[in-house]
Ligand binder design. Structure first.
Ligand SMILES: Nc1ncnc2c1ncn2[C@@H]1O[C@H](COP(=O)(O)OP(=O)(O)OP(=O)(O)O)[C@@H](O)[C@H]1O
Ligand SMILES: [Mg+2]
Length: 292
């Protein structure tokens, strides 16, 4: 997407340079570019002045962030800087911690996720999460693991469930590996397969945004690259926010990168910019390994 935009911008520049006379025609060209850019980059999730506390301890300070639809946004920063807390605010999981408090707002498209008419369970279906350690239900079969959310929704039709299992496992790039063992327990799969099973479980409901909290940190390099490929595929249809300590991974999979430090969002920009020409000295120090 960034490549596309850069090319568009380049094309636009050429157009501007060759447009004559200057004056009026330049003015016409520039707004056109802006309209085109906003058309492809629709904001899916918006954090507005987000602050979060655990008891008296403040973990997030006035975080403002627009997450674009059908893009991968990476969140990086040293341990304890608030990455997990931020993404747990994005689907109302923060409030499940007894001492937790929250201020600010999170918008999903044009609606607050805190709208009293919106059930937090529905929010968590639309904005699902995959954790560092794969969390399949160990005694449930692979099949049952995928449809657990649908069953909670009251879906009972075997045909509908069968279809959902196949399509979700296909989307999670796991179908070919498990199609002959759908009745085996989820725990019988490898770590990487379990992680993809959890992704399939999230995809089986009306998922729009996938939050991933260090999804590869417990995986070997081959499983990691499978999950990264999958992220790339899923971006065609979903908005993805991934927390990672692996800077190469952030650079490989994301279009936008957010750098956090001490509960604050320090820099948020195109991934290429953050990694090659960061605006903030703190970002530069972090990505060059001077701290963290
Ligand atoms: N359940 C909790 N109770 C109390 N404090 C918490 C809780 N969870 C997180 N914190 C505190 O909030 C701050 C942010 O933690 P968070 O887990 O968001 O960091 P992180 O950036 O995800 O770190 P890591 O990279 O180690 O996962 C830390 O100071 C942490 O100690
Ligand atoms: Mg964390």
């Amino acid at each position: 997407m960034i490549d596309e935009l850069m090319q568009k911008e380049k094309a636009q520049k050429v157009k501007m340079e060759t447009t004559k006379p200057v004056g009026e025609s330049v003015k016409l060209v520039v707004p056109h570019t802006e309209v085109e850019m906003s058309a492809v980059q629709k904001v899916k999730v918006k954090a507005e002045g987000v602050c979060a506390w655990f008891g008296d301890k403040q973990a997030l300070f006035d975080v403002n962030m627009n997450v674009n639809q059908k893009e991968v946004t990476a969140i990086i920063g040293p341990s304890g800087c608030g990455k997990s807390t931020l993404i747990r605010c994005f689907n109302r999981m923060h409030e499940t911690v007894p001492t937790a408090r929250f201020a600010g707002d999170i918008m999903l498209e044009d609606k607050s996720i805190f709208d009293p008419k919106l059930d937090p369970v529905v929010v968590r279906r639309r904005i699902g999460m995959v954790f560092q350690k794969p969390t399949p239900f160990p005694t449930l079969s692979i099949y049952e693991n995928v449809i657990v959310g649908l069953k909670l929704n009251g879906v009972r039709d075997k045909k509908v469930l069968d279809q959902a299992v196949e399509s979700s496992l296909r989307k999670a790039a796991l179908w070919e590996e498990v199609k002959d063992s759908l009745n085996k327990p989820g725990a019988a799969l490898s770590g990487g397969q379990q992680q993809r099973l959890c992704i399939a479980r999230a995809l089986a409901v009306e998922l729009e945004v996938l939050l991933m909290d260090e999804p590869c940190s417990a995986l070997d390099p081959i499983s990691t690259s499978k999950v990264e490929e999958l992220i790339h595929e899923l971006r065609q249809n979903y908005t993805i926010i991934i927390v990672t300590h692996n800077m190469q991974q952030a650079a490989r999979v994301s279009q936008k990168t957010a750098f956090m430090l001490n509960g604050k969002l320090i820099e948020y920009d195109a991934t290429e910019k953050v990694f090659t020409n960061p605006s903030n000295k703190l970002t530069e120090d972090y990505i060059t390994g001077r701290f963290g």
